[in-house]
Design a binder for this molecule. Structure first.
Ligand code: SF4
Length: 218
């Protein structure tokens, strides 16, 4: 997980009442195609994918590693040097104060990106008007989500979020991590059918990387 010393002692984010932050990358060329962005890694995810590369970001009750004011102060000094800020995770939509946090970053003049699996459609609907770009994970065919994420509603929620994304007109990229432990030939076939049915001609298949995962088969 990217981590960065921004100069002051990390204070629990409850001090500021906004979002919980598990990591921060001050500059990235890889998290938003064509943009130079800082990345805020939100703490907590309601899902539990076997191939997760940031398992430390899954516990929602882990203390925030940065105070929100620290992050805002850092970004304030980078105005004009960065194109935008990406909220990543974990699952950023878990943060109930995500709309307020995004609005504050936008007020500084940054473009806004989001990495999400779409776990919370209602909150996604709230933040879509603030966003310039979304990197959206299509994890599997809807009927296979629960086996991968260990969350019963995940397929329904992800598909509803994707419907909202399409409806919004916000630019997006979709991708799937091809976990060889999970994608049996029938699951792979159902994924391909899903991608075709959604009309995703530019869908990106990401290679599975075992480093950093918990090596647990789904
Ligand atoms: S949705 Fe993402 S952050 Fe959450 S467990 Fe799956 S891979 Fe990890």
């Amino acid at each position: 997980m990217p981590d960065f010393d921004i100069g002051t002692v990390a204070t629990p984010v409850s001090d500021t009442g906004l979002i919980s932050i598990g990591g921060f990358a001050p500059v990235s060329f890889a998290d938003w195609p064509g943009e130079i962005a800082a990345v805020i890694f939100c703490q907590g995810c309601p899902w539990d994918c076997g191939y997760c590369h940031n398992p430390d970001l899954i516990p929602a009750n882990a203390p925030s590693r940065y105070g929100w004011d620290q992050i805002l102060g850092f970004l304030r000094e980078r105005r004009g040097l960065l194109d935008g800020v990406v909220f990543s995770g974990g699952e950023p939509l878990l943060q109930k104060n995500l709309p307020a946090a995004m609005a504050a970053v936008r007020e500084l003049g940054f473009r806004l990106g989001l990495h999400t699996g779409g776990a919370y459609p209602a909150r996604f609907r709230q933040v879509l008007p603030l966003l310039d770009w979304v990197g959206f994970d299509i994890k599997a065919a809807p009927e296979d989500y629960a086996d991968l994420t260990h969350s019963r509603r995940s397929g329904t929620d992800a598909m509803e979020s994707f419907r909202l994304l399409r409806q919004s007109g916000v630019a997006f990229e979709t991708r799937t991590t091809l976990d060889p432990y999970f994608f049996t030939p029938p699951r792979l076939l159902r994924l391909e059918q899903t991608i075709r049915a959604l009309g995703l001609s530019a869908h990106r298949m990401q290679d599975y990387r075992e480093t950093g995962t918990r090596l647990r088969q789904a």
